[in-house]
Design a protein around this ligand. Structure first.
Ligand code: MF3
Ligand code: CO
Ligand code: CO
Length: 252
């Protein structure tokens, strides 16, 4: 069941969304060669504390981190630890913030120092794919119009969409209906309505689409060891263009 949010609830989603965006970007600014992912996670924990907010990830199905940090061939759900970031890495940060009962979920991939041209393109295309998906998140469109727009951008660029993990509704819970695959034909699924709040999140691989989960039970990596990028926004469907809730600006 897709939970539509009232205007009052949307107002609260705007707050948690803005906090999530701030957390994402403040942690991103701390990324530099030599920093460990555990240090980034502790920094995130301190910021959440100062916001009087909670991680929506910590303890979720037993997840041990405050945020997810996934490097290079790690796709999503990387657990913070002793690993040091180095020049030439791409680092995907995914944060979920719960504030006064509502969740904002957002991710971005950060490039550290100089990386290959092809990897730069992977990151840019993944962000473009997210924008193309958001552009379809309008009242009257169907859910899979989002999926199809994302897949089209990725395929045109010659990269591969991850199929095992999907976007989702978000609200009082981190994961609500509907699931939002990043692939598929257009014009399918429920009609989009004002009040739907969606986390749209393409995960894009430079090589093949295949992924597997490491023995830690969380970290998703590409089967071929090639890099992967991830961008995510929480958006609200309205009468006009979708409102991006996980941005730091008050209004566009
Ligand atoms: N942030 C992920 C998503 O975008 C979910 C992370 S679940 C966790 O849906 F348990 F790993 F935190
Ligand atoms: Co996320
Ligand atoms: Co999400």
């Amino acid at each position: 069941m897709i939970i539509l949010k009232t205007e009052e609830e949307l107002e609260r989603m705007r707050v948690s969304g803005r906090l999530a965006a701030e957390l994402r970007d403040r942690v991103a600014e701390r990324i530099e060669p030599g920093v460990t992912t555990a240090e980034l996670d502790e920094y995130a924990r301190d910021i959440l504390k100062s916001m009087e907010a909670e991680s929506a990830f910590y303890g979720y199905h037993g997840y041990p981190g405050n945020i997810c940090i996934s490097i290079n061939d790690e796709v999503v759900h990387g657990i913070p630890g002793k690993r040091k970031v180095k020049a030439g890495d791409i680092v995907s940060l995914d944060v979920g913030v719960r504030y006064e009962g509502f969740v904002g979920d957002t991710a971005r991939t950060v490039v550290v120092g100089q990386v290959d041209e092809e990897v730069m393109r992977l990151v840019a295309v993944t962000e473009e794919a997210l924008a193309a998906g958001i552009a379809q998140a309008r009242a009257g469109k169907r859910l899979s119009d989002i999926s199809h727009a994302i897949e089209s951008v990725v395929e045109m660029a010659g990269f591969a969409v991850v199929r095992e993990f999907v976007g989702h509704g978000v609200g009082r819970n981190l994961h609500e209906d509907p699931q939002i695959p990043n692939f598929g034909p257009p014009g399918r699924g429920p009609e989009l309505r004002p009040g739907m709040t969606l986390a749209i999140e393409p995960m894009v691989n430079l090589g093949g689409a295949g992924v597997r989960v490491l023995k830690d039970g969380w970290t998703v990596v590409t089967k071929d060891g090639k890099p992967s990028a991830h961008f995510e926004h929480t958006v609200a469907v309205g009468p006009g263009p979708a409102e991006i809730l996980t941005c730091q600006k008050e209004k566009e």
